[in-house]
Design a binder for this molecule. Structure first.
Ligand code: GAL
Length: 410
């Protein structure tokens, strides 16, 4: 009809496709529950949800799938993405433009400046941050903690003493998923605990070679090795959420993990302060080693752009950022969302982000692609995991290998 009205040689613009195709790695119970909030919000606006899940914590598998889709000229409406991966796609000219919405909604005023480095390219918005996770947390089973008479560990040495107590009581002290990304994520915290956050910045953010080969870095590796002795024998290859389940069941005392772990406690109907306890990784209180889940919007055909705007709008609404993050375990990326609906860990998370941001202690996680480009992060994962699994035997060799691997990747 429209075409004939417009006359020969002219075609009417195609109608917007009311479908959101979303690539992500949120396949655990807590993650899926959180994502459901978004599916429902968009469903109410008439959008059909086309899920593209790629299992694998940390997102390495998802990033491989995304790369193939983009290379084939068939990018999803949006993809979950972490820091430097988004910068790479932006630099390659693969991302779209949602600046009009960002300006209208005033996002620049409510998103921490540190994150805007990843959400914008030359002033143009191409991704939205849906949360702020942080990796420097530990999650403890409260009943086990009481049984062994444990108290909050304030330093790395306190932490080791607490793990010893659990061991002596016959409980698995540390629930660990022995996959490279999990070990590297834990190492981010170990470095910040061993050397302090200023050291983390020098070594990990600035890649200062003196810091990287220092005794403090060696001590960080030695501390990581200490943690290895508190795992159960079956840790190798275990998924992160199965490690969380060990703590939920009381089969293990503690897991060192980003606050997506809290999503699993919640999905199992466990309550913060009653069933489980969250502390900052000992020796890192006051600092937030963050990773933010973003949705990247790729260049898509004109009839799919409205879906991107709808998704961005929904994901950035204050109500979504509260509802989603309450379930996900993270905290809102927007600084103007009240903490009313959050549990005690979420409230602490929100307060910590604000204070760390104000005091210069809000730093990106290397393991989670917020400190360095993907190749450097992959080099780090590789050396950390080789050390953890005994292929690299000493911390002396580990620092040498780390510097070599980083320099090759740069
Ligand atoms: C992180 C991501 C989190 C969580 C975790 C485990 O990379 O930022 O949202 O999903 O992986 O899958």
């Amino acid at each position: 009809m429209a075409a004939s009205v417009l006359g020969f040689g002219t075609t009417a613009p195609a109608a917007d496709i009311k479908e959101v195709q979303m690539l992500h790695w949120w396949t655990s119970g807590g993650e899926a529950a959180a994502l459901n909030v978004l599916k429902q919000d968009l469903g109410k606006e008439g959008y059909v949800w086309k899920d593209v899940p790629v299992a694998g914590g940390g997102g390495a598998g998802a990033m491989t799938t995304l790369k193939a889709m983009v290379a084939a000229g068939n990018p999803p409406t949006a993809s979950q993405i972490l820091g430097y991966f988004a910068l790479d796609y932006a630099e390659a000219g693969k991302l779209g433009d949602i600046t009009a919405l960002a300006t209208k909604e005033g996002w620049a005023k409510v998103i921490p400046t540190a994150l805007q480095k990843f959400t914008t390219t030359n002033g143009k918005w191409d991704t939205v941050p849906v949360n702020i996770h942080s990796v420097n947390w530990i999650w403890l089973n409260k009943a086990v903690m009481e049984k062994i008479g444990g108290t909050e560990p304030k330093t790395f040495d306190d932490f080791v003493a607490l793990l010893d107590k659990a061991k002596a009581a016959g409980v698995v002290p540390l629930a660990l998923g022995g996959q490279p990304w999990q070990e590297a994520t834990m190492f981010d915290s170990v470095i910040a605990s061993t050397g302090g956050i200023e050291f983390y910045k020098k070594a990990i953010i600035d890649l200062d070679e003196t810091a990287l080969k220092s005794d403090t870095m060696k001590k960080s590796f030695d501390n990581l090795a200490k943690l290895r002795s508190y795992t159960d024998p079956n840790y190798a290859g275990r998924d992160w959420n199965l490690a969380t389940a060990m703590v939920i069941r009381g089969d293990a005392l503690v897991q060192v993990m980003g606050d997506w772990a809290k999503g699993e406690f919640r999905a199992a109907n466990k309550e913060a302060g009653k069933d489980f306890i969250c502390y900052r990784f000992p020796g890192t209180d006051g600092a937030v080693i963050y990773n933010t889940d973003m949705f990247a919007f790729f260049n898509v055909p004109a009839d799919r752009k409205a879906a991107q705007t709808a998704l961005a709008d929904a994901a950035m609404s204050k109500s979504f950022q509260s509802a989603f993050n309450v379930i996900k375990g993270s905290v809102p990326a927007r600084m103007d969302v009240p903490d009313t609906d959050f549990d005690m860990c979420g409230k602490k998370g929100i307060a910590d982000v604000k204070s760390a941001n104000a005091s210069g202690k809000f730093v990106g996680s290397l393991a989670q692609n917020y400190a360095q480009p993907p190749a450097v992060a992959a080099a780090y994962d590789d050396v950390v995991t080789k050390f953890f699994h005994g292929e690299i035997k000493t911390s002396d060799v580990a620092v040498t290998e780390l510097i070599k691997a980083i320099n090759n990747a740069k």
